[in-house]
Structures are given as structure tokens and as C-alpha cells.
Design a protein around this ligand. Structure first.
Ligand code: ADP
Length: 244
């Protein structure tokens, strides 16, 4: 018997998850850079059933002016879910959750963006979640980082994000919506893959110290997989599709 909660078998006897994945397998990820004509940089991501667009403007003058910083540029991020992005119509007004996610995305991207090169300016990142399926903050971050690079904003490193979590007492990579609702822990992680620095770590749930370590390692492995896909998206945009 697999471990069963409500009517979903989260993990069966053979270690296969409710959507057919193995424990260390991410969902399908597709990223396309430069999808919007009017933004300075943009990206579209499909991460499992998540569908998310990110558009970047800047560096440009700050309005209102009193927000400008004379030493360095500022980064602003808005994560927004479309009313049709979840099964029940979502109120289009920003929710507490969207305000929180906007803040953590900004803080996860900030260490990578060389804002010191652009005093008195702002870089704006707009993220529209067209369809949400668990792990949308990580997918949004992945698209936003590619959009920043697509805009030609100087960066110290890419930022790659992926969650890991605990499902049926097992640490698994890339939690989907069912696993998020029914599982025991969800840990979104963002990571600069060359500098080997974590820029976001959240944890919803309870883990032992050993599980915590395993969960971070699992999530970082996921970030490394995402990084390769982000690089390919940028190469395809600037040098054409290089796939065989
Ligand atoms: P993340 O998307 O980063 O995992 P949460 O853990 O807060 O963030 O949300 C998990 C999932 O719950 C979302 O991806 C989405 O599918 C669903 N969800 C979030 N907000 C709503 C909402 N207002 N109505 C219905 N489902 C929602």
C-alpha cells in the first residue's frame, strides 16, 4: 500500500508520485526569452501546469522621484495572478499572498542584479501568472531572471529557483499543487548557480535537521536543472535555436 491521504496516493510502493514522476524528477520546464515586443526584456515559462509571463522595464527614471536612491538603482517586482489563473476566479486586486511573493522575488533577484551601476534609476519586473499549479513563485522567479538577462541588465549570476518538499515522509523535488495541499512540507529555494549562493529559502511545514539538509540539497539540484534551461532560452533568443 502506498501512503494515502484523502483520495490521492502521493507516493506509491515503487516511489512514483501522483503525477507519475520519480522523487528526484522535476515537472516539464519550457522557457522562451524575448516574447514581448514592448518590454525591454521578457520571458515566458511553462513549469508543469504553471504558465507565467515576465516583462522587464529599465533601468529608467524613478517615479515617484523620492524613491530614487543616489548610490544605486532600485528593483521593483510585481507578482500578479490573473483572475483565470486558478480554478475559482481570483480577485484581480493584489492579495496579501501576492504582496508577499512580490517581496520575496525582489529580494531573491537583488543579489544578482548590479544595481550599483545604475544610481537614481529603477528596474521594474512585472510577472503575470496566467495559470498556477503550485510552485508558481519559483517558476515566476525563473522567468523574471531570464527576462532581466534578456533586457541586458548586468547580472553577477543567473537566479534559478525550484522547490523541494516532503511528501509521504519522503523528500521529493519540485512539489506540484496536490503535493503542496496534501504534503508535509514545501521549501522553495532560489540559487545563484555559479556563485553557489542561496537567495531565497522559505519553508512551509516541519522537517528534522537531516530532512532539512536533504531538502535544500534536493532543491539546489533542481535549481541546477532549471539553470541549464534558462541558459538555453537565452542562447536560443540571441543565437537562434541550437537544438539538433
Ligand atoms: P506557490 O505557487 O509558490 O507554491 P503557494 O504555496 O502560496 O505558492 O500556492 C500554491 C498554489 O495554490 C498556487 O500555485 C495556486 O495553484 C494555488 N493558489 C494560490 N492562490 C490561490 C487562490 N487565490 N485560489 C485558488 N488557488 C490558489
Amino acid at each position: 500500500m502506498g501512503v494515502k491521504k484523502t483520495d490521492i496516493v502521493l507516493l506509491d510502493d515503487k516511489g512514483i508520485r501522483c503525477d507519475g514522476r520519480k522523487i528526484d524528477e522535476p515537472r516539464n520546464i519550457m522557457i522562451k526569452a524575448g516574447v514581448l515586443k514592448n518590454a525591454n526584456g521578457s520571458a515566458y515559462i511553462e513549469f508543469g501546469e504553471n504558465k507565467i509571463l515576465a516583462g522587464v522595464f529599465g533601468p529608467r527614471d524613478v517615479h515617484p522621484k523620492h524613491l530614487a536612491n543616489t548610490d544605486r538603482g532600485i528593483l521593483r517586482c510585481r507578482y500578479h495572478m490573473e483572475p483565470f489563473s486558478v480554478s475559482e476566479r481570483k480577485n484581480p486586486a493584489p492579495s496579501r499572498r501576492e504582496i508577499e511573493i512580490s517581496k520575496v522575488i525582489k529580494e531573491a533577484l537583488e543579489p544578482a542584479v548590479m544595481l550599483e551601476n545604475f544610481p537614481r534609476t529603477v528596474v521594474d519586473v512585472y510577472i503575470e501568472v496566467l495559470q498556477a499549479d503550485g510552485g508558481s513563485r519559483c517558476a515566476a522567479l525563473d522567468a523574471a531572471a531570464v527576462a532581466l538577462a534578456d533586457a541586458g541588465i548586468p547580472m553577477r549570476d543567473m537566479v534559478s529557483a525550484c522547490a523541494a518538499g516532503k511528501v509521504a515522509d519522503t523528500i521529493v523535488l519540485d512539489i506540484n499543487n496536490e503535493e503542496d495541499q496534501e504534503g508535509q512540507a514545501d521549501m522553495p529555494v532560489a540559487y545563484m548557480p555559479n556563485l553557489e549562493k542561496v537567495t531565497l529559502l522559505q519553508l512551509d511545514g516541519v522537517l528534522t535537521p537531516a530532512e532539512y539538509k536533504k531538502c535544500i540539497e534536493t532543491a539546489i539540484n533542481g535549481c541546477k536543472i532549471v539553470y541549464e534551461i534558462q541558459k538555453k532560452a537565452l542562447k536560443d533568443k540571441f543565437f537562434g535555436d541550437m537544438s539538433p
